[in-house]
Structures are given as C-alpha cells and as structure tokens.
Ligand binder design. Structure first.
Ligand SMILES: [Fe+2]
Ligand SMILES: [Fe+2]
Length: 253
C-alpha cells in the first residue's frame, strides 16, 4: 500500500493509505490526519494488512506521533489490527462507538485505552485542531460514526460512499468539473454496496440532510475512491435517491 497526500496546510495534513496488495481480503483505505506533533488514524484496518499500512504510514510520519484512532464501527476490516497497533504504540487512545466497545475488545489487547463515543457523537481536539465525531447510525452498523474536520473541509465517511473497484484504481473518483461523467462511471461500482449493506432508508435520509449542510471538499470512504469538489454533492444527491435495505439486490456484473 502507499500513502498519498489529500490536503496540506501549515502542518495540517491528511493522507490516504490505499492500493492494497492483498486481494483475499476486501480492499480498504486507511486515512491519517496529522496536526502539530500528533496524528490520528481513521479506521486503521484489518489484521492482515497491518504490515503494509504501517510501512506506508511510517514513510510520511513518525510512528510515535500516532496518538489516536477512530473506529467507525465493529467490522474486522475496520479495527482487527488493534492488538498489533497496541503492541507498537501502547499509549494510543481508541475512540469507539460505546455500543461496540465490548465487541471490539474481542480483537484482543484488553489493556488498550478505549474511549466510548456517545450515541449523539462528540467533539474532539487533536493538538488543538477541532474535530467532530458525527453519528451515522445504521450506515451500516447499528452504531456507526464518521469524522468531520471543518478546517480542512474533509469528511471521513466510513462505509458510506464505498465502491468496489479494480486494484490499482486512483485514490480520487476523477474530474469533478466534467459534468458528472467520471462520477457516473464510478457510482455504478458503489450501487450494490449501498443497496445491500445499508439497511435503513430513514437513517440514510437523516444522514443526507445533515451532511448536505456541511462544507465538504473531500468525502473520504473506507473502500473505493474519494469524492472531491462537485462530486461530493453528486454523491449525497445520488444516495438520497437510492433505495436501500433489500437483500435480494444482485451484485453488478
Ligand atoms: Fe463495515
Ligand atoms: Fe468497510
């Protein structure tokens, strides 16, 4: 895997770690936010990809700067690397939706420092940088969170926005000022994922209304590619119209 910068301004940086080389586990992105001397990981990833995530990250930041991790929900592709991270950086703080703390503990490292996120979300500061943990219940897990960085206008959206793409794909969806052509090609690879994994029309609608009011330059999903510029509102509008919650839907061919 490799680290690619998404945003940089005066010691404030976002990176995506992407291009997974192991194809037997679902392809997933990890995001890292650096501010001052601290770094925070968003959905640090699965046990199997830990060595490649770690080696991509230490190309761009000291391991000791990684102080915090956000776990959007309980899936193994999100956080089964927790015991490995904990053995490398034992003073990390893990922010996990309260509902899932006892489940996440099954990954191991009972001594890890886990903070439960309240159901209504919370505010957080990374070395003075204000951040918001935004609830995204039932998208797809019954307790689920996202993270908003209002300074960088970056929204980490967990499994929302996920697409199942071919290996070697670009970290961005494509040109956002092309009238939507790149978006239309991309979104075909996102449709099955959202229709099959997202269970609740009500939760989806609530999320679309809430997030459409935020200033977002980059919407960053845990699978697939980043929506930037006009592709952010294209995605929110598309998701708002999409029927979800039907297990009979068939994968795209
Ligand atoms: Fe998931
Ligand atoms: Fe996922």
């Amino acid at each position: 895997m490799k680290s690619t910068p998404i945003f940089e301004s005066a010691g404030h940086r976002w990176h995506i770690v992407h291009d997974q080389d192991e194809s037997r586990v679902i392809d997933a992105n990890v995001y890292a936010l650096q501010y001052g001397d601290s770094a925070m990981l968003m959905d640090p990833g699965g046990f199997e990809v830990f060595p490649s995530v770690l080696s991509a990250l230490i190309d761009v930041m000291p391991m000791a700067s990684i102080k915090t991790a956000l776990v959007s929900h309980q899936d193994p592709d999100i956080a089964s690397s927790l015991p490995l991270w904990n053995s490398c950086v034992p003073d990390m703080t893990w922010y996990v939706p309260s509902l899932w703390v006892g489940f996440i503990r099954h990954f191991g490292a009972l001594e890890a420092h886990i903070e439960g996120i309240p159901e209504e979300g919370m505010r957080l500061s990374l070395d003075g940088l204000p951040l918001e943990i935004i609830p995204a219940h039932f998208l797809h897990a019954s307790a689920n969170v996202h993270l908003y960085d209002p300074t960088a206008k970056i929204y980490f959206s967990g499994d929302v926005g996920a697409a199942l793409l071919e290996p070697g794909h670009s970290p961005l969806v494509g040109d956002d000022a092309d009238g939507g052509r790149a978006f239309d090609l991309h979104i075909k690879h996102a449709e099955y994922f959202h229709r099959r994994w997202m269970p609740s029309m009500h939760a989806k609608q609530e999320w679309c209304e809430r997030v459409s009011k935020l200033a977002i330059d980059f919407l960053c999903p845990q699978h697939g590619a980043i929506y930037s510029g006009q592709n952010v509102s294209r995605f929110i509008n598309w998701f708002s119209e999409l029927p979800v919650g039907d297990w009979r839907v068939k994968p795209e061919t």
